[in-house]
Design a protein around this ligand. Structure first.
Ligand code: GA4
Length: 333
């Protein structure tokens, strides 16, 4: 018999959060998508932070709320029902386990592919939910968010003076694009004294593998990003905006000009956090390498690899690992 045990609270990693300077909260760049001038700001944000917040986007609030309500119904269901929507690998419901290599966090999640087939009947065990409604809510939301992701990627291509405006966005538009969608639920975690500066880690520090990640959360804080100077800053939540980060693949395609930002999520002692993230990735057979027009005589920092090769090695890594080191070129090689 397989006994599923949930690791006890003292097995969860904790960070001392007391040194974070609140004056840094306002540093996160804000990009107004309705402003044509934002192209330069967005390039700068990807170089400096690998992260920015987007306002005045066209994603209808109605789609966001619909999905949020389906997700809340799912996560408030009995654990025994949710577990029937597992295991998490490769897709489905996961609880506390992150990835296949022993990482844990104070989080439960749903992960689904956005282009390949996924059988939403996996959610039929949830008495309060209709699998067809979840499928529709995910599809509506992802369609809109993907449109916005492509718009942002086209602005970036233009800002980088790349002739082919869709050089990045075409990878997400490809019917074989290996993009995934994840909903994370961080239950409030009162066991740890937050006021003494200690927080239980919901999702440990990591970079995202794909090209671009588009995150929307409810009004509960928790997300932090690592600045170039080695300091973590907290990102104040904003449920009507999106937060976007550069992934490892975009870092490589820009030969390191854009930074794949390290980020993590800390739990809140009173409120639960719900976040939904669209991870826009390339097709599996796509070759990932710096774009020739961005090299301008400089050496490529990376060996060429396919997205499949990257993924195979990523799924052997631990969450916090730097997954690009093995594709870096040695100096003079
Ligand atoms: C981090 C970003 C996405 O959530 C994810 C994660 C994936 C998983 O949970 O299965 C990974 C992780 C993420 C990075 C390295 C590998 C893969 C767990 C892990 C140890 C879905 C993704 O694409 O990469």
């Amino acid at each position: 018999m397989v006994v599923l045990t949930t690791p006890s609270i003292d097995h969860f990693p904790i960070v001392d959060n007391s040194f974070i300077d609140p004056s840094l909260f306002n540093d996160v760049p804000i990009i107004d998508l309705s402003e044509p001038d934002s192209i330069n700001l967005i390039v700068k944000a990807c170089e400096e932070f690998g992260f920015f917040k987007v306002i005045n986007h066209d994603v209808p609030m109605e789609f966001i709320s619909k999905l949020e309500s389906e997700a809340n119904k799912f996560f408030s269901s009995p654990l025994s029902e949710k577990l029937k929507a597992g295991p998490a690998e490769p897709f489905g419901y996961g609880n506390k386990q992150i990835g296949p290599n022993g990482d844990i966090g104070w989080v439960e999640h749903i992960l689904v592919p956005t282009n390949s087939e996924f059988n939403y009947q996996k959610f039929a065990s949830i008495s309060s939910l209709n699998p067809d409604n979840i499928r529709a809510a995910v599809n509506d939301y992802v369609t809109e968010v993907k449109k916005m992701a492509c718009e942002v990627l086209e602005m970036l291509a233009e800002g980088l003076k790349i002739h082919q405006r869709n050089v990045f966005s075409k990878l997400l538009m490809d019917e074989k694009s290996d993009s995934v969608f994840r909903v994370n639920h961080y239950a409030s975690c009162s066991e740890i004294d937050e006021f003494n500066g200690n927080n239980v880690i919901g999702f440990g520090e990591h970079t995202d593998p794909q090209i671009i990640s588009i995150l929307r959360s409810n009004n509960t804080s928790g997300l932090q990003i690592l600045l170039k100077n080695g300091h973590w800053i907290s990102v104040p939540p904003d449920p009507i905006s999106f937060f976007i980060n550069v992934g490892d693949s975009l870092q490589v395609m820009t030969n390191g000009r854009f930074k794949s930002v390290k980020h993590r999520v800390l739990t809140n002692s009173v409120k639960s956090r719900l976040s939904m993230i669209y991870f826009g990735g390339p097709p599996l057979n796509e070759k990932i390498a710096p774009l020739p027009s961005l090299l301008e005589g400089k050496d490529s920092l990376y060996k060429e690899f396919t997205w499949l090769e990257y993924k195979k090695s990523a799924y052997k890594s631990k969450l916090a690992d730097n997954r690009l080191v093995m594709f870096e070129k040695m100096a003079n090689s």
